[in-house]
Design a binder for this molecule. Structure first.
Ligand code: HEC
Length: 107
């Protein structure tokens, strides 16, 4: 897919009305900043609340399995190798087994 078209697709996912939007907005505020934050939020809140994602604490391999499962079994759009790497970097960094994002939220 063309780069701009992909960006448009991600943007439309971001703007898609979603019953869990209020909860997700709160989660978005709490998500650590990062290059891939929008990418993760855009893709992963399209079908379900981000709550499903941020409550997890998985290794990078664990997240890779989740991404495969979302793509193969749940109909998630195919990610480019670059997007996949960026999403995995972000999830493994902040939502890894040590749940760095949760600790970060505490004062
Ligand atoms: C096309 C729709 C779709 C997209 C996009 C999607 N998911 Fe899912 N996801 C689902 C469905 C449907 C379920 C519930 C399936 C189930 O109960 O096993 C689910 C469940 C989950 C679960 C819980 C799995 C479990 O074992 O309880 C996690 C974690 C998850 N998704 C992460 C993600 C992440 C991370 C992304 C973004 C990279 C993402 N999802 C994008 C459809 C999607």
């Amino acid at each position: 897919m063309q780069g701009w078209l992909r960006n448009l697709a991600v943007l439309s996912l971001l703007l898609w009305p979603n019953p869990a939007a209020a909860i997700d907005e709160e989660i978005y505020e709490k998500m650590p900043p990062g290059e891939a934050k929008e990418l993760v939020f855009g893709h992963c809140s399209a079908c379900h609340s981000m709550k499903l994602v941020v409550q997890q604490g998985l290794s990078r391999d664990g997240w890779a399995d989740v991404l495969d499962y979302m793509f193969k079994e749940q109909g998630m759009m195919e990610l480019s190798a670059d997007e996949r790497r960026r999403i995995l970097d972000y999830l493994a960094c902040w939502y890894g087994e040590d749940r760095a994002a949760t600790k970060r939220e505490k004062p």
